[in-house]
Design a protein around this ligand. Sequence first.
Ligand code: NDP
Length: 321
Amino acid sequence: MDYRYLGNSGLKVSEITYGNWLTHGSQVENDVATQCVRAALDAGITTFDTADAYANGAAEKVLGDALKSERRESLEIFTKVYWPVGPKGVNDVGLSRKHIMEGIDNSLSRLQMDYVDLYQAHRYDHETPLEETIQAFADVVRSGKALYIGVSEWDADQLRRGQELARQAGFSIVSNQPQYSALWRVIEEKVVPTSRELGISQIVWSPMAQGVLSGKYEPGKDAPAGSRATDSKGGQDTIARFMDEQTLTAVQKLRPIADGAGLKMSQLAIAWVLQNDNVAAALVGASRPEQVAENVAAAGVKLDADAMKAIDDALSGVIER
Ligand code: NDP
């Protein structure tokens, strides 16, 4: 496993990071979740990403249970705040001081930890003054309950203003967590150049386009049993944007490119996002331990210019920019 620095900070994270959206506390049983976490640790993954909103808090609890006996200093734990968990009170959402202060305590209690390494704003809050949010994050850092602050899906202007206020408050935003894959390249135009300038890394989600770039969904055929495209608890809906015939047909053209590089298609997809030096980590999900082992082999892979060009050509027409 290779490790990369998060933004301009001294924190190293495993370039393949394990995320538990839609799986822990939902699609997969707790014993399988624990096996996936074990497989991740065995493969050198030290960084784990979750959120208060995943499975209404259950994902944090399952991850905390699975990591309980590990040495805390050897782990980097990321969680997020924004959306409500459980019964909805008017202040159970967004990035107000109240919700951030209550959110961190509730997350730590579910994770059964004294601190998280990275506390992330899951989205930008257009209703709360940014100054209030940033001051609350500064206080969370000062309290020691989170060591670093990140954001998720913020645009270039929001990152710029957020970083300016954070520096005035005595800390830096070290990361942004956007969607990024060979099929979804929206951040390349503005977010990545601005982040480079501001010392912010990307921790990218759905690098495999939720499993689609593994090539297992073939046009005109039923989705494999047990896959996200068959998950009625939410997976089926979120993956739908990539399940059209044109996209699935284009994705199959990646198979010979992966073969030529001696990689599985899943590994090619993960390696592709890691070629971007503003990406600190690919946030990869898994529903089975074998997937974790397969995906981790993408760490450290270098794709040459011919392979990168062939990927662009294969997917041209279905890339979101
Ligand atoms: P991926 O694109 O990595 O998709 C993971 C899914 O693909 C797995 O659950 C599995 O689903 C399938 N898969 C994994 N490995 C393989 C393989 N080798 N071969 C075939 N299929 C495979 O990422 P996710 O969409 O799961 O997102 C990753 C993480 O990103 C999340 O857990 C979360 O931490 C973060 N995230 C953050 C968001 C944000 O707003 N900040 C939003 C979404 C995610 P199956 O076996 O069921 O088909």
